[in-house]
Ligand binder design. Sequence first.
Ligand SMILES: [Mg+2]
Length: 232
Amino acid sequence: MKPSYIYFDLDNTLLNHNKAESEAQRETFTGFPEFEETDIDSWLIAYKEENHKLWLKYQEGKIDREFLQYQRFLRPMKKLGLSTDRSAEIGRAYMQNYRKYWTWVDGAKEALELVADQFPVGIVTNGFLETQQKKIEVMELEQYTDNFIITEEVGVMKPHPKVFDVATERSGAERNTILYVGDSYSSDVIGGRDAGWQTAWFTAFMKDIEENQTADFMFDRFPMLTDYLNGK
Ligand SMILES: [Mg+2]
């Protein structure tokens, strides 16, 4: 069935979060002498491990944003035996650096322009309200839609059904005619499918895909998505 409404995920679908994260980590790492006691690879492994654990807790509503943004530096620094006196300051510096490196995923802007010419579109994104609003502003997404669903406002994160219920309601479309375009299998594909939506899985950032992981449509370059929507 041809979709009547298209929702896009933001991070690693429209905005290249991975690139911004690694550039910002590199800048933060070289900007603070605390890190001289370690090397960037060890740091990134330790950071990503703790960040991931904290995100899961944040997702479950067990911790808040400020706690996450501070602890994701404090914990790995402690683990690597680095001085943690300035870990809160370093956490804030990272967030400032992160904002400097926001760029579009290759081809995503052109695809969004084409899609928004043909369909009503909206954004459903996990993440912090303030940061995501800033991304929307920097990427000038208001020219394509005024429907932005940022999960910090909803109170639960994807794949929680409430996020998709709110988004369904706001779209004014029937569930089975909404297509969700996103990169995360667990948040976007499963969340969308469970909500009765159609799913288009952007796999360019995936290292390996398991055999049982499927979506209505899978693509790793954006022109494939626009072709799909045009029935090519
Ligand atoms: Mg994403």
